[in-house]
Ligand binder design. Structure first.
Ligand SMILES: [Zn+2]
Length: 251
C-alpha cells in the first residue's frame, strides 16, 4: 500500500505525463551561504549636571523655561510629567502597547521635543513619569521635517520635587546622537551644560548645588501612592510627592 502511493505521486502530475525525468545538474554545496551584510550603528549620548535646589512653591516650575534663555536656538517646550495612568509608556516602536502610551503622552510634542525625549529617556537621563522637562534645540541643524540631525544637541532643564523638603531640584541635561558622530559634539555639549547650569544657579530662589537622588527610595523597595496626583512610586516616608510637589498625607 505505501509503495502504491509513492508510485502514483511520481507520475501523477498531468504536465509531466510522458516526459523524461528532469536532469539534475550537479551542484557544489557551499560550506556557508554567500551573505550580503546589512548593518546600522546608532549611537546616542547624554550628559546631566548636578542638581540645583530651588525654593519650592507654586511659581517655581514657571521659572524653568527662562533657564534656557540665551542657550535655546528653537522654541522652548515644557513637557509635563506623564499622566499616572500611562504606566508602561516607552518610545519602543515594536512594543506596540508601550509605544501607543508614549504617543498618547508625547505624540503632540514638536519633533525636537520628541527626539530629545527619545534620546534622554532611552539613556535614562530623564524620567518623564515624574520629571518636568523644559526642552529645546541647543546646537546644530534640523532636517526638512524638523527633526534634529545626529550632530545636533538637544536638552534643557529637568525638575522634580525633593521628597523630604519640597524644594524643586533642577538639573541641566543635554543629549544627541543617531546615525553618526562628530568629534567636537562632546565638547560643545559640555559647554552648553555649563551655561544651562549657570542659568539655573542665577534663577531667583536658587539655594545652591545638591546631589540628585532618584525619588522613591531603593528600586523595588516599598512605595506609596500620592493622594493628589496618583503617582505610585513615592517613598513611604516622603513628606512631599516628587511628581506634583504636594504634601503627602500618611495614615
Ligand atoms: Zn503627587
Amino acid at each position: 500500500m505505501p509503495l502504491e502511493f509513492l508510485r502514483r505521486k511520481g507520475t501523477g502530475s498531468p504536465a509531466r505525463k510522458g516526459a523524461a525525468p528532469l536532469p539534475v545538474a550537479p551542484q557544489a554545496v557551499p560550506e556557508e551561504a554567500l551573505a550580503e551584510d546589512h548593518q546600522l550603528r546608532l549611537s546616542f549620548a547624554a550628559k546631566t549636571s548636578a542638581g540645583v535646589r530651588l525654593q519650592g512653591g507654586p511659581s517655581a516650575l514657571g521659572l524653568l523655561s527662562r533657564m534656557l534663555d540665551g542657550v535655546a536656538i528653537s522654541d522652548i517646550e515644557v513637557v509635563q510629567p506623564r499622566e499616572t495612568s500611562l504606566t508602561i509608556a516607552s518610545p519602543a516602536i515594536i512594543r506596540t502597547e508601550e509605544a501607543a502610551e508614549w504617543l498618547r503622552a508625547h505624540g503632540a510634542a514638536s519633533p525636537i521635543t520628541r527626539h530629545a525625549l527619545y534620546v534622554l529617556e532611552l539613556l535614562d537621563a530623564v524620567d518623564p513619569s515624574y520629571d518636568t522637562f523644559a526642552c529645546a534645540l541647543l546646537d546644530g541643524e534640523i532636517d526638512t521635517s524638523g527633526y534634529p540631525e545626529y550632530s545636533a544637541i538637544v536638552g534643557g532643564v529637568v525638575a522634580h520635587w525633593d521628597e523630604s523638603t519640597g524644594d524643586l531640584i533642577v538639573r541641566a541635561v543635554v543629549g544627541w546622537g543617531g546615525r553618526g558622530a562628530r568629534g567636537d559634539t562632546d565638547r560643545t555639549a559640555n559647554k552648553l551644560l555649563g551655561r544651562l547650569l549657570n542659568n539655573i544657579l542665577d534663577s531667583s530662589g536658587a539655594l545652591g548645588l545638591t546631589a540628585v537622588d532618584r525619588p522613591g527610595g531603593v528600586p523595588g523597595g516599598p512605595t506609596v501612592t500620592c493622594q493628589h496626583c496618583g503617582y505610585p512610586n513615592v517613598h513611604p516616608r516622603a513628606v512631599f510627592c516628587p511628581k506634583c510637589g504636594m504634601r503627602m498625607i500618611h495614615a
